[in-house]
Design a protein around this ligand. Sequence first.
Ligand SMILES: [Fe+2]
Length: 249
Amino acid sequence: MIDIHSHIIHGVDDGPANMAESLKMIREAERLGISMIVATPHYQEEVFGLERLEENYKELLYKAKDYEVAISLGYEVFADPDGSALFKNKRRLSLNKSGAILFEFPFNASPQKCIELVFKLRMQRITPIIAHIERNRPFINRFENFVELIKAGCYIQMDTASIVGVYGSGVKEFSRRLLKMKFVDMVASNAHCASDYIDWYREAFKNVSNWVGKEEAGILFHNSPKSLLDGGYSEELSNAKILKWEKLV
Ligand SMILES: [Fe+2]
């Protein structure tokens, strides 16, 4: 399995405080059969610059070299509705330099602003992936907002915690509905500590398998993130996906 959203870099955000905790996370991921992790620290330039983040990432790479888990770098970028600040760094901020950037929206963000941002990003030839949209109230409460968002061309990454009910039955049910409608592109851990892997990952895979079948679960946990990282999400594929969704809704 391939995990494209994980806070495994120590000392740069609300993830592990030190190297020992980072390595514990990698060890648990390895036990679960995860073969690749994209480290995605929260990116807020004013908190930690890219240099500091990349320095800790290189240190982690060196210490984790004996694990059977490949580690690459990306970021979880807090979406500023203007978006212009990140355009200059778009390649550096993308997941494993794939051209796809993982974003999180403010939890009560205006859906209209989010949708406008997705259009702006695509104009800049950035593939936007929205992290855990199933937890954003304005989208849970109005399904039309969600449909508009994906029709604008963004990819959807769901958290394992949402699938197992950590955020309540409402979020779990909304997650199940999105998965059954095939609106989700990939599932990732969004792990901040080792127990996030231990407690949620396997159970999430089981729930997704029960809801949509084991084959589809494999696509969500492995194939889809793999094609993303291999650079398989071209403009053409992205447009094809939008057309497919338009037929579904
Ligand atoms: Fe995250």
